[in-house]
Write a protein that binds this ligand. Structure first.
Ligand SMILES: NC(=O)c1ccc[n+]([C@@H]2O[C@H](COP(=O)([O-])OP(=O)(O)OC[C@H]3O[C@@H](n4cnc5c(N)ncnc54)[C@H](OP(=O)(O)O)[C@@H]3O)[C@@H](O)[C@H]2O)c1
Length: 264
């Protein structure tokens, strides 16, 4: 299938590793010009260099941005506008908030930080992305959330609470933006093997007094596929959703979880 995104500009946030990196790589492979961002200029430049090595002629720009900070996002969008004219495609992503249950999240500041990182980063990014997409009368937005939007995950209260807000905003905006040919969706990963999963599994294994190896073996056995997913498997779905081949799917929250969540 021709995704029809050659020459389009895609802004992929939090893409120095993990899911964001895999999405950036996939969109480069499809011929898009990709702007990659993360907090560390060294990490993001090295990630971009890896992709450039793999795909000759790849058009990749990098910019260091902390998506939890309004000012940093404004600088990022000004950079994208100046260098490319604006992002046709926005893949909004960020690091996950810290693990913990309700009892452990006693400080308001922990909630406020997670609100800025997980929900406000999406609100602000969409706000900054829309003027260009409206001018072009074409746009695609995908937010990377979590399977927790359908089934809250134990010991991840901050993620559980704020990610549902992201999905709700996607659904709310989908109808408003459809007449302008701007499609907005969310994808919810469930156990896609990245550094974040290793971090969470380490915490869970310690709580249960298990080795990491035993914990991960048991965790994978609970997934119908019997294994964690790969970042490339998520990236393939995102690439379709942000493409021209997707002309009618909007306002959806799609889990990429190997069948882990059993709710409808
Ligand atoms: N993997 C899964 O199965 C899964 C499941 C549920 C939810 N999620 C969520 O999906 C998102 C991506 O997951 P992942 O597994 O790819 O995580 P990851 O391996 O921890 O990668 C996180 C990426 O985010 C960047 N980042 C972190 N904080 C940032 C910030 N404030 N501003 C800009 N960039 C930032 C990091 O780069 P720098 O360090 O260079 O900034 C890195 O590139 C996370 O929110 C995670 O919680 C993942």
């Amino acid at each position: 299938m021709d995704l029809g995104i050659q020459g389009k500009t895609a802004l992929v946030m939090a893409s120095s590793e993990g899911l964001g990196y895999a999405v950036a790589r996939q969109l480069v492979a499809e011929g898009a010009r990709v702007v990659m961002t993360s907090r560390s200029s060294e990490k993001i430049e090295s990630a971009a260099a890896n992709i450039r090595n793999e795909f000759s002629g790849a058009e990749i720009l990098t910019f260091a941005c902390d998506v939890s900070r309004a000012e940093s996002l404004q600088q990022l969008f000004a950079f994208v506008e100046e260098k490319t004219g604006g992002a046709d495609i926005l893949v909004q992503n960020a690091g996950g908030p810290p693990a913990g249950d309700f009892q452990s999240m006693t400080e308001d500041s922990l909630w406020e930080k997670a609100f800025e990182l997980t929900l406000m980063s999406f609100v602000r990014s969409v706000r900054l992305a829309l003027p260009h997409m409206k001018r072009k009368q074409w746009g695609r937005i995908v937010a990377i959330t979590s399977s927790s939007v359908k089934q809250p995950i134990s010991n991840l209260v901050l993620s559980n609470v704020f990610r549902t807000g992201v999905v709700s905003l996607c659904k709310t905006l989908a109808a408003d933006l459809a007449p302008e040919h701007i499609l907005i969706n969310a994808v919810g990963p469930g156990r896609i093997h990245t550094a974040r999963i290793d971090y969470l599994d380490q915490i869970a294994a310690q709580r249960l007094g298990q080795s990491m190896e035993t914990y991960q073996k048991e965790a994978q056995a609970k997934i119908p596929f019997g294994r964690y997913g790969t970042p490339e498997e998520l990236a393939a779905v995102v690439a379709f959703l942000v493409s021209n081949a997707n002309g009618y799917t909007t306002g959806q929250s799609l889990l990429i979880d190997g069948g882990l969540v059993t709710s409808l």
